[in-house]
Each structure stands twice: as C-alpha cells, then as structure tokens.
Design a protein. Structure first.
Length: 185
C-alpha cells in the first residue's frame, strides 16, 4: 500500500500538497465556491449553518461521494511534537498517521498527517461546521481514484478537478455559488 506522499507525488508530479498553495499550482483545475449568499464568510444563525453544510455536502459529494479518499491535515511545526493536539470531529483521531514534513520559506516547517476515509454526505458535518467557523484549518479531502480535491475553508471551498471538462460542468452547475471576483477568489 502506498503512503499518501508516494500517491501524491505520482498523481500530482511532485507539486507541494500545501492546501493554500494548490489554487496557484493547479490553477487550470481550480475553482472556488462560497458557502453563503453574497460571499458572506461566517454563519450567524442555524439557517446559515444549514446553507453552509448543504453547499459543502452538495459539491463534495459530487466529486468524492462513496469513494475512498485521503483526509489530509497539516499544521506548522512549533516544536518537535508530532502529535495532533486538536480534536478533529467525525473521525478517529488515532487513525491519523504522521506522514512527513515540508520546509517552506527557508524557516517554516509544515507537518502532514493523513488517513483514508470513505466520503459520505453529511458524515463529516461536525468537522465542516468547525472549519466554517475557522476553528479547524488545513484539512482537505482527495479522491484516491481520480485525484479530485475538496478543500473547505471558512467561507467556502477550493476545488481541484482533474478533468477540465468536468470542472467546467461543475462551475456551470454551481455558478450561483461562485465569486464575482475576477480571479475567482
């Protein structure tokens, strides 16, 4: 069985798996959706949380549903501790395996943990809600079969779709959720 790093390097030709960098490195395959109307960033009530979860689950289930996926979690290295101190809802935190670290900007190190999951709609709602509130960061999901990526953040989700035609179909289908920003941000 391949490690995430081996799989990633083979599938993405040694592009760095840093979540916030993917939209630049895989720009032709990338687009972003916003989770609330008018690009509002944070929910203020249960109705808005419902909209956020519906949007997260709708788009992610299209590209990940019932497929084996990598759940990737990363954080900056603060000391030599490679134990996750955060509680990540909806998964067994013990299943997260420390994989590797990357040196960035000559002085910062990012640590990576991964586990395999089966994506199911609404199964990860607690985690997605924590992400939408910016209480949990640096998590994304990668479909092992086709390499599609769902990278939720507070305010929306970045999507990397390997097949350009599929990406364009999804952008059309979810056009009301896209940003009006000229760069799609």
């Amino acid at each position: 069985m391949k490690s995430f790093k081996e799989w990633w390097d083979q599938f993405y030709n040694n592009i760095s798996p840093i979540k916030w960098d993917l939209k630049y490195k895989l720009q032709n395959n990338w687009f972003r959706i916003h989770c609330l109307p008018e690009s509002k960033r944070y929910a203020e009530n249960e109705n808005e949380y419902s909209i956020i979860l519906k949007r997260y689950n709708s788009i992610s289930s299209e590209i990940l549903d019932n497929e084996e996926c990598w759940l990737v979690y990363s954080k900056y290295k603060i000391n030599d501790n490679k134990i996750i101190s955060e509680n990540i809802p909806d998964i067994d935190n013990k299943s997260l395996k420390y994989e590797f670290e990357l040196l960035i900007d000559d002085d910062e190190i990012i640590l990576f943990w991964t586990t395999k999951i089966i994506w199911q709609e609404n199964k990860f709602n607690n985690m997605l809600k924590e992400i939408s509130d910016d209480n949990l960061c640096h998590i994304y999901f990668v479909n092992i079969q086709n390499g599609n990526i769902f990278a939720p953040y507070d305010g929306g989700a970045d999507l990397i779709i390997k097949d350009i035609k599929e990406k364009e179909k999804l952008k059309l289908k979810y056009s009301e959720w896209l940003s009006n920003h000229p760069e799609g941000l």
